[in-house]
Ligand binder design. Structure first.
Ligand code: ZN
Length: 269
């Protein structure tokens, strides 16, 4: 008998599922894996923080500076004065075991940041803009607030979390790794972290001066500055809207009964 081969049905190797649906499932699967990895990394940071005391953190990052820092001379007046101001403010937080180190970055862009190990970086651009010690004290006090809540560790970029985690586990320091400030500040602080840092900073300013006059005057000037000027204020890209912050701080001051008038301390340079 002749056997006639049945012609293969077209598309026999293709499953019944629509190709787009399959691609969708693949994307969803990959996304789930990425989310799982991200959560695992976040968990590892929390774990590292649990095991890493502030002392360990200070030791780990003791000599570390961001690779891309444009340092100013170590005899710079503003560097010395800013360090002295941080030291004075930190006296109002006696329980801390951080030894705060100030570095000035030569950038024209205004910014300030808290980095692991008690390192506070302020830019020349920011120092050019502050008009009183009270204004600078609040910016610095706010950064101290991030250390208080150890936000700076939660801000570590995901790429460096593993590196830092293994440095913690093996007890090495991180000086040789070549991290930039951006590696360490990849994740923006949340609004809640910023509010907590503002509250801490304002309390420190109040403890230092007995009032909070001019604490946020720098932000008020930014509120009315033009866009060309604000392009140079990178602080605003990492912090919440200044108007909201000022409103929150005003109501905090009212609630606490803090004086909003009082003598302004001039800058010491
Ligand atoms: Zn902040």
């Amino acid at each position: 008998m002749w056997c006639v081969a049945k012609q293969a049905k077209e598309g026999i190797n293709v499953s019944d599922t629509h190709p787009l649906a399959e691609a969708g499932a693949l994307v969803a699967g990959l996304a789930a894996i990425f989310v799982a990895i991200a959560l695992l990394l976040i968990f590892m940071v929390e774990l590292a923080m649990y095991f890493m005391s502030t002392d360990d953190e200070a030791k780990l990052f003791a000599n570390w500076l961001p690779d891309n820092l444009i340092s100013v001379s170590h005899t710079d007046d503003r560097l010395r004065e800013t360090q002295l101001l941080v030291d004075r403010l930190a006296l109002h937080w006696p329980e801390t075991s951080y030894q705060f180190r100030v570095e000035i970055d030569g950038s024209e862009l205004s910014n300030a940041m808290a980095l692991p190990g008690g390192l506070i970086i302020v830019t020349q651009g920011l120092l050019d803009q502050v008009e009183s010690e009270n204004e600078l004290a609040f910016v610095l006090g706010h950064e101290l607030g991030h250390f208080k809540n150890r936000d700076h560790l939660r801000a570590l970029g995901r790429g460096v979390i593993l590196t830092v985690f293994f440095a913690v586990v093996t007890g090495n320091d991180v000086t040789a790794i070549g991290l930039t400030a951006a590696d360490l500040t990849l994740r923006r602080f949340t609004r809640q972290q910023e509010t907590n840092a503002d509250e801490f900073g304002l309390a420190i300013v109040h403890a230092e001066y007995g009032h909070i006059n001019e604490a946020w005057r720098l932000f008020e000037r930014w509120e009315i500055a033009d866009n060309a000027f604000l392009d140079l204020v990178t602080y605003l890209s990492t912090h919440p809207q200044t108007g909201d912050r000022i409103a929150d701080m005003r109501s905090l001051a009212r609630e606490k009964g803090w004086r909003t008038d009082g003598e302004i301390a001039p800058l010491s340079w």
